[in-house]
Design a protein around this ligand. Structure first.
Ligand code: HEM
Length: 405
């Protein structure tokens, strides 16, 4: 199969449900595979690492790569004002407007709160006991949502609507999003825009100790150009800040269900929780791709020249299963050492929330196996994967916390 066919297959429902066999085929083509029409696929670990850090490659919404029109859509206009797709000059300024909250010190200060939220959610699972419950609903969504909302200063009463908002908005990050999905993303972008405009107004009138107030101060210092830029970056933070972590938690739980040895190992300490989290990030990567575009001629990736304007699709999920880098990449092995998956990207756009996401997952998977040693899949209720390729996770993940029967 050539690179173009691999792309076409990745965009089918079967490819979205399980992209890994296609990645295995992509590896046979080499670490970097030209896919025609000014597009190259990067699936080798070293080539991906280099591409993510190469200053000759700029951020790319991806939409232009796949033929989308970035100008005519409010959702894409919002995305285009965010740090996620910004280059210099501009990216450093936008990143600085929010970076303070995500330093090692800032994140360490959140640990006790994360522990409290985790325990409260585990208490909720306890109540379900021997009955089936959807892990996504009961744990994987609320943990990161409460953490990011506490940090941003979003009132508890407003949080329930964020799950649908984030899911609808993140559809715009898909390669080739459908027009109906983009219509929904446009409507939600307008709603989210109004929501944050009001919240910013409230914090301007009455500042608090939260990220919205801090970003308002950054706006007053000139790090953010105007309120539109402030609101767009708050919206992106919302999507980036919990959907990703939700799917890390869901993918991790699914792997625990499928590998009872890992569950026992986490309980008795033979599987280190950070190693487990790293292996989940590697084996079932929540953010599957990262888009770049060559800013000038003379750039190459893995030795393959990429002329100015070439779209470079870095397949993080494939790089994390590169057989040239990982022994038995298709085997889930939470005792792997020093695995350093590329799941948080790299270079200037390296995930700002990586420390926070790791902390949430470490606290969650540090506590869950001890409290629910008999946790199983719910009999007769299959997990449902989301029909997405960019953010890989589950819609529904039915479990019985205290074991079935
Ligand atoms: C960027 C993954 C959690 C905030 C990124 C990128 C990846 C990523 C791959 C790079 C995108 C690119 O280069 O194209 C993840 C994963 C997470 C996670 C897998 C959880 C498991 C978080 C959290 C936050 C966050 C919890 C914030 C609270 C951001 C921001 C960016 C980003 C703001 C843009 C950085 C920039 O463009 O400079 N993330 N992320 N992420 N992430 Fe995360």
């Amino acid at each position: 199969m050539d690179a173009q066919s691999i792309i076409l297959h990745l965009l089918t429902p079967e490819g979205r449900a399980d992209p890994y066999p296609l990645y295995a085929l992509a590896h046979e083509l080499g670490p970097v595979a030209p896919a025609g029409d000014g597009l190259v696929l990067v699936c080798g670990y070293e080539a991906a690492r280099q591409a993510l850090r190469d200053p000759g490659l700029g951020a790319d919404s991806g939409l232009t790569a796949w033929g989308g029109d970035a100008d005519s859509r409010p959702s894409l206009a919002m995305l285009s004002r965010s740090l996620l797709v910004a280059d210099e000059p501009g990216h450093g300024r936008l990143r600085a407007s929010m970076a303070q909250a995500f330093t090692a010190r800032g994140v360490a200060a959140l640990e006790a709160g994360i522990g409290r939220i985790t325990d409260a959610l585990l208490d909720g699972l306890e109540k379900a006991g021997g009955s089936p419950v959807d892990f996504m609903d009961a744990f994987a969504f609320p943990l990161p949502a409460h953490v990011i909302c506490d940090l941003m200063g979003i009132p508890p009463a407003d949080r329930a609507r964020f799950r649908a908002w984030a899911a609808d908005l993140s559809a715009m990050l898909e390669p080739v999003p459908g027009p109906a999905d983009l219509d929904t993303a446009d409507r939600v972008a307008a709603e989210v825009g109004r929501y944050f405009t009001d919240l910013v107004g409230a914090r301007r009138a009455e500042p608090r100790e939260d990220l919205v107030t801090a970003m308002l101060a950054a706006r007053d210092q000139g790090l953010l150009r105007d309120d539109e830029e402030l609101v767009a970056n708050l919206a992106i933070l919302l999507v980036a800040g919990f959907e990703t972590t939700t799917h890390l938690l869901g993918n991790g739980l699914r792997l625990l269900l499928d590998h009872p040895g890992a569950m026992a190992g986490l309980r008795d300490g033979t599987v280190p929780v950070q190693g487990f989290v790293d292996e989940v990030l590697r084996y079932d990567t929540p953010v599957q791709l990262s888009n770049r575009v060559a800013l000038t001629d003379g750039v190459s990736v893995g030795g393959v020249p990429v002329p100015a304007g070439t779209h470079v699709v870095v397949l993080l999920g494939a790089a994390n299963r590169d057989p040239a880098h990982y022994a038995e990449p298709g085997r889930f092995d939470p005792t792997r050492r020093d695995s350093r998956p590329l799941s948080f990207g790299g270079g200037a756009h390296y995930c700002l929330g990586a420390l926070l996401a790791r902390l949430e997952a470490t606290v969650a998977f540090g506590r869950l196996p001890a409290r629910f040693p008999a946790l199983t899949s719910a009999p007769g209720a299959e997990p449902v994967r989301r029909d997405r390729i960019f953010l890989r996770g589950h819609e529904v993940l039915p479990v019985v916390p205290n074991g079935a029967g």
